[in-house]
Design a protein around this ligand. Structure first.
Ligand code: NDP
Length: 312
């Protein structure tokens, strides 16, 4: 691609950001669509965030993704925030229209698209979902799944107060959904309580029973914790208690297979990692910036990259 005076600039701001696969997949999409644009990684420390956002505006950077640790803290610096991103409390995509910066969050849409494409999941008013984790990615998942009108969302988190905070935040917004919070440690019977990421303790029998109950009827388990990011094992779920028809979605994509996908498939469950979600949230951002659909293109670019890396 020729870079000249008419080339538009897009990018991702984060810290760290050099590892990001977004430049790879976004540049593949701009090239495929013959759009004269380049997408780069901007390493922005928290202390420089306000200046970086002002810089997007003054330099006419047309759009940006936002990643860890700025997804929440970027919000006050924007001119407007889309209603779903507002509900999530985090922005992963900024659209710059003539100097007006509007924040969106495409993580939830990415999750829904990947659930459909990779696991053939259709959510409805009978769907019972378990979400592991209560961070930013969990909030995006909760909002997306609740907007689909699922019957229940049970949030399991190591720090139970964070799971409870999500239940308190969203039960009023989505009254048709039954929300529950459990300590991640709490539901795990001792016999299955293998340490994952070093954070799981024993807990009371009543909480074990509660989790067993939810596992027996759940249709979907979503991992939004960072367990597995560094290859740590994920041997904490009592698979024999899980509904045989449940499917497992792991937002982690650092390894093929991820520790959770490996454990789930060994136990006989249909499971996928977060590569499809990564591609789909990127495609949704691209659609916001350009109005053009690139269905499957970013996924193909990522898979090609993963294959090359695996062969090295
Ligand atoms: P946060 O830091 O906001 O949340 C991390 C979550 O993981 C918290 O619930 C935390 O629990 C839990 N956790 C971390 N370490 C452990 C551990 N050792 N044992 C138990 N629980 C643990 O991160 P995000 O929500 O932003 O992201 C979470 C993961 O999702 C990341 O790995 C990220 O890469 C991935 N992700 C993937 C996307 C994709 O497109 N595939 C999109 C967005 C995120 P606690 O509250 O107790 O600290």
């Amino acid at each position: 691609m020729q870079i000249d005076g008419a080339t538009s600039v897009y990018g991702i701001i984060g810290d760290p950001v050099a590892h990001s696969l977004s430049p790879l997949m976004q540049n593949a999409a701009f090239a495929a669509k013959n759009i004269p644009a380049v997408y780069v990684a901007f390493h922005v420390a928290s202390t420089g965030l306000a200046a970086a956002v002002a810089g997007l505006r003054s330099l006419g950077v047309k759009g940006a993704n936002v990643t860890i640790p700025h997804k929440e803290s970027v919000c006050p610096f924007l001119d407007a925030i889309d209603s779903s991103a507002e509900l999530i409390g985090a922005v992963n995509t900024i659209v710059n229209t003539a100097g007006q910066l509007v924040g969106y969050n495409t993580d939830g849409l990415g999750l829904l698209r990947s659930l459909k494409a990779d696991l053939n999941v259709t959510l409805n008013a009978t769907s019972e979902v378990i979400i592991l984790g209560a961070g930013g990615a969990a909030r995006a998942a909760v909002v997306a799944l609740a907007q689909q009108g699922v019957r229940s969302i049970t949030i399991l988190n190591r720090s139970e107060h964070r799971a409870q905070a999500l239940v308190a935040r969203y039960s009023g917004v989505f009254p048709q959904v039954t929300f529950r919070a459990l300590n991640f440690n709490s539901g795990l019977p001792n016999t299955h309580g293998g340490v994952a990421g070093g954070g799981f303790n024993d807990d009371s029998t009543s909480n074990c029973k509660q989790l067993t109950n939810f596992l027996k009827k759940c249709h979907l388990i979503v991992n939004s914790t960072s367990i597995g990011l560094s290859g740590e094992s994920f041997n904490v779920l009592p698979w024999e208690d899980v509904n045989k028809k449940a499917v497992v979605f792991d937002m982690i994509y650092a390894a093929q297979p991820t520790p959770l996908v490996s454990a789930a498939t060994t136990a006989g469950f249909f499971a996928c990692d977060g590569l499809g979600m990564l591609a789909a949230q990127g495609e949704a951002a691209f659609e916001l910036w350009t109005g053009q659909c690139v269905d499957g293109l970013m996924r193909a670019a990522l898979e090609q990259h993963v294959a090359v890396m695996a062969s090295c």
